[in-house]
Design a protein. Structure first.
Length: 138
């Protein structure tokens, strides 16, 4: 099948498929006209890659699992472990983001308090009078 059909069936873009091929994640034969031709089994492999990317795995991580996936040796337990590790990483990132958000909220409160003090100080200060236009004798 040509790259356009593989893209439709797998949900990956033509650009992504070319990138996967360049990285050695998938293989294509070349037709006499130089077009990429993919075997039916590549649909399954690209679907695995696309799903892995959608849930946040890097192409490097996916490349480590791909040989076992292709050969049918990748077990459900191995994938469950990998998914649980990914969840733990995401939980850590969420905690870090919440901490950072709290710091941002605290900074906003500090700036608002400072602005209120500045407004109050300028409101209680005597109003500046306009400079006089008369000449001051020497």
């Amino acid at each position: 099948m040509l790259i356009s059909e593989l893209a439709k069936r797998s949900g990956a873009s033509n650009h992504a498929l070319r990138h996967y091929e360049k990285l050695g994640l998938i293989k294509a034969e070349r037709s006499a006209g130089g077009y990429r031709e993919f075997s039916e089994s590549v649909v399954r492999e690209v679907t695995f890659i696309v799903m892995g990317r959608r849930i946040g795995f890097s192409l490097k991580e996916i490349a480590l699992w791909l040989p076992a996936y292709r050969s049918g040796r990748l077990t459900a337990e191995q994938m469950i472990d990998a998914l649980q590790e990914r969840i733990a990483l995401i939980d850590t990132q969420i905690a870090q983001q919440r901490l950072q958000r709290g710091q941002l909220v605290a900074h906003i409160a500090w700036f608002k308090k400072r602005a209120r003090r500045q407004r109050a100080a300028s409101a209680s200060a005597p109003a500046a009078s306009w400079p006089s236009t008369r000449k001051i004798p020497r």
